[in-house]
Design a protein around this ligand. Sequence first.
Ligand code: SAH
Ligand code: SF4
Ligand code: F3S
Length: 480
Amino acid sequence: MENQDILTKDIDETRQGEALEMAAKGGEGKKLYIESYGCQMNFSDSEIIASVLIDEGFETTKNLEEADVVFVNTCAIRDNAEQRVRGRLDIFRKAKKANPDMVIGVMGCMAERLKTKLLEEEKIVDIVVGPDSYRDLPNLVRVAETGQKAVNVLLSREETYADINPVRLGGNGVTAFISITRGCDNMCSFCVVPFTRGRERSRDPKTIVEEARQLFESGYREVTLLGQNVDSYLWGGGGLKKDILAKGDLTGTVNFAELLVMVAEVDPDLRVRFSTSHPKDMTDEVLHAMAKYENICSYIHLPVQSGNTRVLDIMNRGYSREWYLKRIEKIREIVPDCGISTDIITGFCTETEEEHQDTLTLMQLVKYDFAYMFKYSERPGTLAARKFEDDIPEEVKGRRLSEVIDIQMQNSLESNRKDLGKVHRVLVEGTSRKSEEKLQGRNPQNKVIVFPRENYKVGDYVNVFVDDCTSATLIGTAVK
Ligand code: SAH
Ligand code: SF4
Ligand code: F3S
């Protein structure tokens, strides 16, 4: 693979809002162009998609105009995520006018949510594929090339793509994602993911450790273990978690804390991160593993969604405000230097002004280092859409969101100021976006740190003395 190129565009204010166009040129065969939207799991899936098609002799391209096959890997988490994809389809429509043989495929969560309806609504689409059917892509492309529409939106109880070696197209050669579970069994009432990604299943730990080892051997220095709820990971020789638990015997099973340790032991110089943790399932065993292994990064993304117990209850989150705060206390006790971030939704159905205030006071108690914040967006088919009215006016949702953002801006700045005057261990990921003379990387707590390049290079661990900051970045100089 030569001439790899990446373009990262900011298309949303959120973690979900990054688009990555992955590409490489060269050789013969048909050319594939992929764009990805949504969460890290979707980006990880695009690497599986590319791998499946490269095995078929495809090459990837960053140039839409020269593509034979154009794929967009989509997100359905909020309405604006879907609108953005529809906007991209308009652009693809123009490209297809110039090249009528172009095959256009929609994959991922929006494909799974809309199924064949997508073919009716967007005439330009030739292929619709859900997240569990990527092995079928070569076949679907062949069908589409004959001028027929091709659809596979079957969800699986087993598929984990465990044996597929993802093509690391969009990366920096230092940090990589590894999916450890697929699907979600939680049924939070606002959330579309259980419908678009199916039942939760865990991947064979041997294949996870092997992937981490191979990455380390080819120069990678950080892996992020991915799942909608990593704490729920449970391997028992295959099958759904509920089937493993039903047996009532956990001998020979591997839980998340044990998996973390297995990956951490690949090499002390391989950093291990994970996302996302769930407040109802995060165990002390995981925290103790973090405290024991220096290479398991002291950082937890622990989405709270709301600071009010009644709202959490109708969200079906499975914990109360008090339970959540106790989990935070435990993190601070066992992993004192832990960075903590969260997700918050404002204006969920029936949320009162007082209940919104509870979210603000919780934020002040926890003092998150970072947060992803959203207005509630009703998703068709979810429990909330069926049971509750989306009754908070747009402007109230928006005002509550800006209050949440204001508090977080202050807290992020405060958190960064606490890091001044200290030395941080940084894994260098690349050149600073703002200056060629500077490098950037992250400390274990996941904060971005920028410092003068000197003779350091991507992939180095560097001790950086931090003496300046913005609300988003720490700034410093390397020390010996
Ligand atoms: N599995 C993760 C979340 C995945 S979705 C967890 O349970 O925490 C990422 C975030 O998107 C969620 O944490 C939530 O804050 C937000 N989100 C999900 N559905 C939403 C909706 N309908 N409207 C607004 N935000 C939503
Ligand atoms: Fe959605 Fe809840 Fe599952 Fe997260 S845990 S993916 S919010 S259903
Ligand atoms: Fe979006 Fe699907 Fe991820 S809905 S957030 S791409 S699991």
